[in-house]
Write a protein that binds this ligand. Structure first.
Ligand code: SF4
Length: 370
C-alpha cells in the first residue's frame, strides 16, 4: 500500500466528498479496471490522492451527476481532479496488475479467481453463491454477489489450489501485501468458516501472505481456533447495519442471526485473533442514525473490534440501486468522533495484519485516524 500521509482537514473532506458524490472520468479505462457486481466494492474505481487510495463510485447513477471530474492521466499516471471545473488535486490511478494477464492450466483467467483491490490487496469471493441470495425474500438488498457470476466474470467456487496459484503470482508479480477472502454463506452451521479454512491452508502453504477471512458468525466458536490454525490472521464478521429494524429491512435473511450473537462471536474471536485483529463492516446511509452507529462502535471498540464504517454505494442491478448514498456531512458526523473513539480504544487500521480495515479504501476513516 502507498504510505498513508497525514492529511489536512481540507484533504480529508475532499476524500469524503469524492466517495459520497462519485467521480466522472474523461478516460474511463484509466488505471485499474472498475468492477461491476460481485461482493465488496463494486461499480467503483481505485484512485490515489495524496497517498491515500480509495474506491470511488464511477458507475452509479449518482456518479454521472458528480461535480468531480478526473482528467486523462499523463505518462506518469497522474491526472487533474476538478470540482465544478476548478482544479482541486492531482489524482493517480493504480496500474493494472501483471497477474491479470495470466490464466490457470485449465483456462480460467486469474482475474476471475481474485482481483486487486485498492493498490496492494488481493481479494476473492471464495463461494460466489449464497443461500440467502437464492431467494429475493432473504437476500441482502445491497448485494450483487450473483451479478458478476451471471455475467461470466468469475467462477462459482474458487478451489484452494486455484487460490494458492493466484495468490503466489500476485505476490511475486505485483507485490500484494495482504489478502481478503470473503464468501457467500453456504449453510446455516459453519456459515462459510470451513471453506475459508480450506482456502487459507492452501494459500499459506504456497506463499507467506497475511489473510483476512470474512464470514457470518459460525454456530460454534471453535471455528475461530480452526480458522486461526488454518492460517487466517484477521477475521471480519459484518454487521452491515446496527439497529434491528434496519437490519431486518435491508438484509432479512442475514438479520436472523441477531446482533447479540455477533457480539458474543466478536468476544470469542478477539480472544483467539487478538484485540484489533477482528473487524466488522458497517454501511452508513442505510437508515441507522450517526448516534446509533457511534453507540454500536463504542461497544465494538470496548470489545477490541475495529468498526470499519463505509458509505453505502448503491450498486446497479440490486433492489437498492436507486437508494441515495450518505451525504458528506453524514459521513463526517460519524467518522470524526469514530476516529477519536478508536484512538481512545488503542485500535489502529495500520496495525491490523490484513483485511478491509487495513486496506481502508472503501472509506475515508483511516484518513481521519491519521
Ligand atoms: S476495504 Fe476491503 S472491500 Fe474495500 S477495497 Fe479494500 S479490501 Fe476491498
Amino acid at each position: 500500500m502507498t504510505d498513508k500521509q497525514s492529511l489536512t482537514t481540507a484533504s480529508r473532506r475532499l476524500l469524503t466528498e469524492l466517495q459520497s458524490h462519485g467521480l466522472r472520468l474523461v478516460e474511463p479505462d484509466a488505471g485499474l479496471s472498475s468492477r461491476r457486481g460481485g461482493a465488496g466494492p463494486s461499480d467503483h474505481k481505485a484512485v490515489t490522492i495524496e497517498g491515500h487510495t480509495i474506491m470511488v463510485p464511477v458507475h452509479t447513477s449518482g456518479a454521472s451527476l458528480s461535480p468531480f471530474l478526473a482528467g486523462a492521466p499523463d505518462a506518469s499516471g497522474a491526472g487533474e481532479l476538478t470540482r465544478d471545473g476548478a482544479a482541486v488535486a492531482t489524482i493517480r490511478f493504480p496500474r493494472q496488475p501483471r497477474f491479470y494477464a495470466l490464466q490457470t492450466f485449465d483456462g480460467v483467467p486469474y482475474r476471475h479467481i481474485a482481483t486487486l483491490h485498492g493498490d496492494d490487496v488481493l481479494a476473492t469471493t471464495v463461494l460466489q453463491t449464497c443461500i440467502r441470495y437464492a431467494s429475493r425474500r432473504n437476500a441482502c438488498r445491497f448485494c450483487a454477489i450473483g451479478e458478476s457470476l451471471a455475467a461470466g466474470r468469475t467462477i462459482a467456487h474458487k478451489t484452494p489450489d486455484q487460490l494458492a496459484e493466484v495468490a503466489r503470482a500476485a505476490v511475486l508479480l505485483d507485490g500484494v501485501k495482504h489478502m481478503v477472502l470473503t464468501t457467500g454463506t453456504p449453510n446455516l452451521t459453519d456459515r462459510g468458516a470451513q471453506v475459508l479454512c480450506e482456502s487459507a491452508f492452501a494459500i499459506k502453504a504456497a506463499v507467506d501472505l497475511p489473510l483476512q477471512g470474512q464470514c457470518e458468525p459460525p454456530d460454534d466458536d471453535r471455528w475461530f481456533h480452526r480458522m486461526k490454525a488454518a492460517g487466517i490472521d484477521t477475521l471480519g464478521m459484518h454487521l452491515e447495519a446496527v439497529t434491528p429494524e434496519v437490519r431486518a429491512r435491508i438484509m432479512p435473511g442475514k438479520a436472523t442471526v441477531p446482533i447479540e450473537r455477533y457480539l458474543e462471536a466478536f468476544a470469542a474471536a478477539v480472544a483467539v485473533f487478538g484485540r484489533g485483529q477482528v473487524s466488522t463492516y458497517i454501511l452508513a446511509g442505510m437508515g441507522d442514525t450517526p448516534a446509533a452507529i457511534l453507540e454500536m462502535c463504542g461497544r465494538l471498540v470496548t470489545l477490541g473490534v475495529y468498526p470499519f464504517v463505509v458509505p453505502f454505494v448503491p450498486i446497479s442491478g440490486t433492489p437498492l440501486a436507486d437508494h441515495p448514498a450518505p451525504t458528506p456531512e453524514f459521513m463526517r458526523d460519524v467518522l470524526t468522533p469514530l476516529a477519536a473513539l478508536l484512538k481512545r480504544g488503542g485500535l489502529r487500521s495500520s496495525e491490523m495484519k490484513a483485511g478491509c480495515g487495513k486496506c481502508g479504501a472503501c472509506s475515508s476513516l483511516s484518513a481521519y485516524e491519521s
